[in-house]
Design a protein around this ligand. Structure first.
Ligand code: ADP
Ligand code: MG
Length: 225
């Protein structure tokens, strides 16, 4: 469960994120969409505790894992990068096995011994997903986690994410600029506009019947097949 009340964050350039209230139930999968600069990353970074907010309260039940928008890796091999995600919960052979399985899910098994720094942007994102999949998490905060991933892998990884959430009962908050991804992955959708939530509701309802002028305009630009 994530509960946000009276959240405000102002950057020096005048951008203001302002969220009166947002409640996300356990097991919900929420897609955050909206134009560039509408505050999707700011909101996720604040919930993850990576950037501070000026006022308001955020209550999170359970432990969250956060994948920031810019892919990154640690020194060492791809396999060792994935093992870091275990956070000490498995050792030796068990750790290797768990990491190998996660690499298989993201179709990176043949890269296991390679240097993580040698991966492409899309491969690095897949490695970050593997690092997350290696262990159970109650809450996933994912900022455009598949933005550099090829379309063919996207569909597969969406399936992997859905399976992971179903198996672990995880709550997921995921920002995306791809309409089809929002539809495939989410039970609920948030449309953001200039630091505010314009629409929040069941994905189908919001997409079929947006309540606001902005929501309507934004969704008209989306071709959902
Ligand atoms: P989105 O993820 O929806 O594209 P962001 O949350 O990244 O949007 O950014 C929202 C707005 O805040 C943008 O106008 C961006 O330029 C600005 N912004 C983001 N980070 C900072 C920062 N550290 N300092 C000042 N402005 C920022
Ligand atoms: Mg962003």
């Amino acid at each position: 469960m994530i509960e946000i009340i009276g959240l405000r964050k102002q950057y020096s350039n005048d951008f203001l994120l302002e969220i009166e209230e947002l409640n996300i139930d356990d097991g919900e999968r929420v897609a955050i969409v909206g134009p560039n600069g509408s505050g999707k990353s700011t909101l996720l970074n604040i919930i993850a505790g990576v950037i501070s907010h000026d006022s308001g309260s955020i209550n999170i039940k359970g432990e969250c894992v956060f994948l920031p928008q810019s892919p990154y890796c640690f020194q060492g091999s791809v396999l060792s990068n994935v093992k870091i995600g275990l956070n000490g919960s498995a050792k030796g052979k068990d750790a290797r096995k768990a990491a190998s399985e996660a690499l298989k899910k993201t179709e990176l098994e043949k890269f296991g011994r390679n240097k993580a720094g040698s991966l492409s942007g899309g491969e690095t994102q897949r490695m970050m997903l593997a690092r997350m999949l290696v262990k159970k998490h109650e809450c996933l905060l994912l900022d455009e986690p598949l933005s550099a991933v090829d379309i063919e892998f996207c569909r597969k990884l969406e399936r992997v994410l859905l399976d992971f959430c179903a198996q672990n009962g995880s709550t997921m908050l995921i920002s995306t600029h791809l309409p089809v991804q929002a539809v495939n992955l989410s039970t609920k959708i948030i449309i953001m506009n200039n630091g505010r939530i314009e629409e929040y509701g069941n994905t189908r309802d919001v997409i079929q019947h947006p309540n606001t002028k902005f929501g309507k305009m934004f969704l008209e630009q989306w071709r959902i097949e």
